[in-house]
Write a protein that binds this ligand. Sequence first.
Ligand SMILES: Nc1nc2c(ncn2[C@@H]2O[C@H](COP(=O)(O)OP(=O)(O)OP(=O)(O)O)[C@@H](O)[C@H]2O)c(=O)[nH]1
Ligand SMILES: Nc1nc2c(ncn2[C@@H]2O[C@H](COP(=O)(O)OP(=O)(O)OP(=O)(O)O)[C@@H](O)[C@H]2O)c(=O)[nH]1
Ligand SMILES: [Mg+2]
Ligand SMILES: [Mg+2]
Ligand SMILES: [Zn+2]
Ligand SMILES: [Zn+2]
Lengths: 212, 212
Amino acid sequence: QDLLRENDRQAWHNREHFDRHQVLAVNLMSSPGSGKTALLETTIEAIGHEFNIGVIEGDLETENDAQRIRAKGVPAIQITTGSACHLDAHMVHGALHQLDLENLDILFIENVGNLVCPASFDLGHHRNVTLLSVTEGDDKPAKYPVMFRAADAMLITKADLLPVLDDFKCANAERNLRNLANPAPVMEVSAKTRQGFNDWLTWLQRELQSYH
Amino acid sequence: QDLLRENDRQAWHNREHFDRHQVLAVNLMSSPGSGKTALLETTIEAIGHEFNIGVIEGDLETENDAQRIRAKGVPAIQITTGSACHLDAHMVHGALHQLDLENLDILFIENVGNLVCPASFDLGHHRNVTLLSVTEGDDKPAKYPVMFRAADAMLITKADLLPVLDDFKCANAERNLRNLANPAPVMEVSAKTRQGFNDWLTWLQRELQSYH
Ligand SMILES: Nc1nc2c(ncn2[C@@H]2O[C@H](COP(=O)(O)OP(=O)(O)OP(=O)(O)O)[C@@H](O)[C@H]2O)c(=O)[nH]1
Ligand SMILES: Nc1nc2c(ncn2[C@@H]2O[C@H](COP(=O)(O)OP(=O)(O)OP(=O)(O)O)[C@@H](O)[C@H]2O)c(=O)[nH]1
Ligand SMILES: [Mg+2]
Ligand SMILES: [Mg+2]
Ligand SMILES: [Zn+2]
Ligand SMILES: [Zn+2]
């Protein structure tokens, strides 16, 4: 797998950039539409004045997500992959050189919506955050293990919809994660109501502190 | 791309099997958790007595989906791909030989939940049906065009949740599909309430008639 070896070389280079400028890089992954951009919008509203945030967006097509982030006053670079189902370190390298890393505290990389391949490509980032929305079903960690094994934190998103859903159990989702021998924290959040955001923001700040 | 050429050869072989036994093969694709298995459960309840249905399930891990289908009294073969993010013709070939094609009218192939790669692999099937759940956002046809361009029909699923969602507009989802120059029919359905199932079942029966 020469491809992965070349990717890993590039990822190390990316990480050197991040570490030289002391920027914590967080890779957000999920199914399409699980709420990655919405999470970022609400996160920026909550701590955008306290921390300097930058975003790299990955999609096959459109600038939609980068525009949503820029509308929050935060720099965002859109990568359009054309047909690749995941970001790789080379794409991220091109994007990071368009950002002023010197003045960033946290860089979020919103990966292409896909519960399989993104987990296998090191982008040079420091943490993986995997989102699972309550509308997808609590069996996903068992059915898409590659992604959930790689998570440093799992966010159960759209928690505001739980009252209208009859078969998503957070305890099941968490048990399915633990069955993968992954001790990562699990947090129920809503980007709409800000439910659970204290836990999510505390986790972020703690990771930032331990990174420095 | 020798891989795709080899896949296409195998797909032709698979289609010969289907055509020899007059079995309409429908490839169901979507994001993880959009409701593919739920759609099949309700479809089997509605027309399982009229048509002989078989199912091939594709997932990275677990027999969960095949077990749900077997519980409806219909034969189901589970393919576990391990790490592949899509089914390919070779995998489907192994599965089809485990089914009694002679006594089937319709074979559903539920692909791995992924809005990118599955659209590029011919499995020997006759029709592509792409599901988009109302909880994912109406922008997906624009952001994941490879998948939606390939659709012979697009189902907007979980329509029963529309009253509690404030930003999914079916008209936007349909417009985003049309912008890909795809004239495929768009049907709003709910596997829970059976809303829209008449349209879906009429489409299926019409495809079956035109196939014979
Ligand atoms: N009820 C509810 N809906 C949400 C929440 N977060 C996101 N959504 C909705 O979910 C849909 C998708 O949200 P996005 O933020 O675009 O999801 P995404 O993961 O960024 O999607 P992609 O980038 O296309 O993979 C939209 O219709 C949002 O309004 C939430 O906390 N609660
Ligand atoms: N409200 C509502 N929920 C639905 C509907 N269809 C499916 N769901 C829910 O959506 C979740 C996922 O459904 P599945 O049928 O497992 O989805 P899937 O596409 O087969 O998932 P994968 O095979 O894992 O990709 C479950 O929690 C279902 O209960 C529907 O019509 N209405
Ligand atoms: Mg997004
Ligand atoms: Mg399924
Ligand atoms: Zn560089
Ligand atoms: Zn054969």
